[in-house]
Design a protein around this ligand. Structure first.
Ligand code: SAH
Length: 221
């Protein structure tokens, strides 16, 4: 598979311009400020994570279908959620909901290591292909229920969940290091995006950011 050679494509220069406009208008033009997040999202070719017939919409201000009833998140949501985690190369992050792999790429460019879990094997395999072809070497892929794998005793400085549980899964909070941050949508059809910060004594602080609409988190039990 050559990611950059589809005849329907409008050309890499045009995609780059669309990507820069996306960052200026949809991210910086709203409230995403972290220069590293903005730079990474100016660089990463979002269009290779969607099917060829949707590539011309890859930089639009909306989510897009990626098959299996799932969606690639709106660019603003990716930038805003990533910024809220305070990414740094010295931190490891757990992502639940690999989906297209685009958010995974953004995380891999900003964090030391990414563990990403996807429930639907076909989506995980597709994302793995694209991310390997783009050269990322700091991602571990897992297939299954992100609430159960990887090893639930392992702890992370940051956790991002991109599918919505009906209620806050307390077991996930145990996987945050003291001082760690988690971003997660919680609720039924429309959810609240919750930023959960664990202080150095292990206490949790919840900040409700804004309403969002994610696909439901699948449960195995
Ligand atoms: N960040 C992704 C979002 C994909 S949609 C992107 O922008 O492309 C959410 C994804 O979460 C879907 O691919 C869905 O299959 C996956 N998912 C749902 N429940 C899950 C679970 N319990 N564990 C891991 N992945 C899950």
């Amino acid at each position: 598979m050559d990611l950059f050679s589809k005849s329907k494509d409008i050309g890499e220069d045009e995609y780059r311009r669309a990507r820069h406009r996306m960052v200026e208008w949809q991210l910086a033009g709203r409230d995403v400020k972290d220069p590293a997040v903005l730079e990474v999202m100016r660089d990463i070719p979002r269009h290779v994570f969607v099917s060829p017939d949707l590539r011309h919409e890859a930089y639009d201000d909306c989510p897009l279908p990626i098959g299996y009833g799932q969606t690639i998140s709106q660019p603003y949501i990716v930038g805003s959620m990533t910024e809220s985690l305070e990414p740094a190369k010295g931190k490891d992050v757990l992502e639940i909901g690999t989906g297209s792999g685009y958010q995974t790429a953004v995380l891999a460019a900003l964090f030391g290591h990414v563990d990403t879990v996807e429930y639907i094997p076909e989506l995980s395999r597709q994302a793995q292909k694209i991310l390997l072809q783009l050269g990322y070497a700091n991602i571990t892929f897992h297939i299954g229920d992100g609430l159960k794998i990887p090893d639930p005793r392992r702890k992370f400085e940051a956790i991002i969940v991109t599918a919505a549980p009906g209620t806050f899964p307390k077991s996930l909070a145990d996987r945050l290091q003291p001082g760690g941050r988690m971003i997660i949508p919680v609720g039924a059809t429309v959810q609240d995006l919750e930023l959960v910060i664990k202080d150095l004594d292990g206490r949790l602080e919840f900040q409700t950011l804004y309403p969002v609409r994610f696909v439901p988190l699948q449960h195995e039990d």
